[in-house]
Design a protein around this ligand. Structure first.
Ligand SMILES: [Zn+2]
Length: 206
């Protein structure tokens, strides 16, 4: 369950224009307007602001009016103060972090794709390929490059298959690989990649 809600904060208090009298006690120049902002929060982290409201109050008699019940002579001044009050940047904190995280993930994904193509073209001992099972496309396993010479790589297959697109952390331990090896060419690897059979390359040691 996600806990979310709305919160109000005081943004600004400013005097109404010179010449404004209190509609209740007629004291001149004693009126001020306070602007409040509402923002949405998720787990108390502000996400985005969405509305403003204003209250006018007389400093002399303390009578206050909300916008709905505000006498007409106060409205233009209050509206002007409200419009010139902006939401503070921290109201956007959650949404900002979320957008930054998405942009970061996108850029990281692009870099990873570029690395994958470069790693496949020039294999290193220690590269680990993620392989989609031929029999069951929901299952994944690993191939480990033991040595790379020219256009040929010696690989050991992992003996396990799991239904996780990133099986590296679970399957990459030495005792889980077969003792027998297999030779593949760089072209074989590229064909497997193009067919979607080889889905990822990780180079753990540079
Ligand atoms: Zn008053």
């Amino acid at each position: 369950m996600i806990f979310y809600g709305f919160k109000s904060t005081h943004l600004r208090t400013a005097p109404l224009p010179i010449g404004t009298n209190c509609p209740a006690c007629a004291t001149p120049d004693a009126m001020k307007a306070s602007v409040y902002g509402r923002y949405a929060h998720v787990y108390w982290i502000p996400f985005f602001p969405f509305s403003k409201s204003a209250v006018a109050q007389c400093e002399h008699c303390q009578k206050a009016w909300e916008e709905k019940t505000m006498p007409a002579q106060l409205q233009p001044g209050v509206r002007a103060i409200k419009q010139s009050t902006s939401f503070p940047l921290w109201n956007w904190a959650g949404l900002g972090v979320l957008v930054l995280a998405l942009v970061g993930a996108f850029i990281a994904g692009r870099y990873h794709e570029r690395d994958r193509v470069a790693y496949l073209a020039a294999p290193h001992a220690g590269d680990i390929y993620t392989i989609r099972s031929m029999g069951d496309s929901t299952k994944y396993s690993l191939l480990k490059v033991l040595s790379a010479k020219g256009n040929t790589v010696e690989v050991a297959a992992n003996e396990y298959e799991i239904d996780d697109r990133s099986p590296l952390s679970e399957l990459n331990s030495p005792e889980k690989y077969t003792k027998t090896t297999e030779s593949l060419t760089v072209l074989d690897l590229q064909i497997m990649h193009n067919k979607g059979q080889l889905t990822d390359v990780d180079r753990l040691t540079e």
